[in-house]
Design a protein around this ligand. Structure first.
Ligand code: PAF
Length: 287
């Protein structure tokens, strides 16, 4: 496996592969890789001849009061995980390689970014779309892999790809959880022992909401209130949002129908964590 910080070197490598008729999968990440990322890389390696992992903490998707400077980084750990998972190339650029000093072109998927994290983190998805669009141009993959843990991000990227006619297949992959249920996230490392225990309230609320829907409850108000009550019973938790939307358009729903996303963002101490479930009502025989 190779590693480079140079756009030019990625381009040359990919050109060489494509000349040999090899397919390329891209796994965009911000590094500090865990089992969730590993599952994306393993899947990409199974479905493509070559796999590029981008490892870049993208400054333009962080708000002014967010954790850009403290976001965990460990390239040695990332290299090991990438080798284990079957990646061929890590693209690990410096911010100045990605953004010229007078950088001024952005990509924005509007409506689908309006709710949930888009509402709470203005400019976040503009930063995500812009960097992902750049990575697509640099790597020119046939397929790109994203986790369902960031369900709105996945919907936003699918929309960008559709709207801008990008010839790339977007592959969504399931949430990977710790044994006790906590969704894997690089930000889990911020949690102290007490907070780590308290953070289990997210997955408990998610499993409870999903169970309610599977048992026939349709009302967003009833489901979300039950989930909110559960989260509020945890003293270290502070709700940012608990919402039900359509999983593709991210438009709020009053009743569960179609492909439903129930998404939550909760502060545990100072750490903001997200979790969700998606239920296709028709596929689940509920509609
Ligand atoms: O999900 C992430 O880690 C990031 O938002 C992404 C897609 C790599 C863009 O920086």
């Amino acid at each position: 496996m190779e590693i480079t910080g140079s756009i030019q070197e990625v381009r040359e490598k990919v050109k060489e592969w494509k000349k040999q008729g090899l397919s390329v999968g891209l796994v965009p990440t911000m590094g500090y890789l865990h089992e969730g990322h590993k599952s994306l890389i393993v899947r990409a390696a199974a479905e493509n001849d070559k796999v590029v992992v981008s490892d870049f903490v993208n400054p333009i998707q962080f708000g002014v009061n967010e954790d850009l400077s403290t976001y965990p980084r460990d390239i040695e750990l990332d290299k090991k995980l990438c080798i284990d998972a079957g990646a061929d190339l890590i693209f690990h650029p410096e911010p100045k390689e990605m953004y010229a000093e007078d950088f001024s072109t952005y990509v924005e998927a509007q409506n689908v970014s309006a709710e949930l994290c888009g509402k709470k983190r203005p400019g976040h998805f503009r930063g995500v779309c812009t960097v992902v669009c750049k990575l697509f141009h640099i790597v020119t993959p046939e397929r790109a892999y994203f986790g369902q843990k960031d369900a709105q991000q996945l919907a936003v990227i699918r929309r960008m790809v559709r709207d801008l006619n990008m010839d790339i297949q977007i592959v969504g992959c399931p949430i990977i959880r710790e044994e006790d249920g906590l969704a894997k996230s690089s930000r889990n490392t911020y949690l102290n022992e007490k907070e780590r225990k308290a953070a289990l309230v997210l997955s408990r609320a998610i499993f409870h909401g999903e169970e309610m829907m599977k048992n026939g409850e349709r009302s967003a108000e009833v489901i979300l209130t039950a989930m909110q009550n559960m989260i509020e019973a945890e003293p270290l938790a502070k709700i940012d949002y608990v919402e039900m939307t359509d999983a593709d358009s991210i438009e709020p729903l009053k009743e569960a129908k179609g492909r439903v996303l129930v998404a939550i963002a909760v502060y545990i101490g100072k750490t903001r964590l997200i979790d969700n479930f998606i239920l296709d009502m028709q596929e689940a025989g509920l509609q």
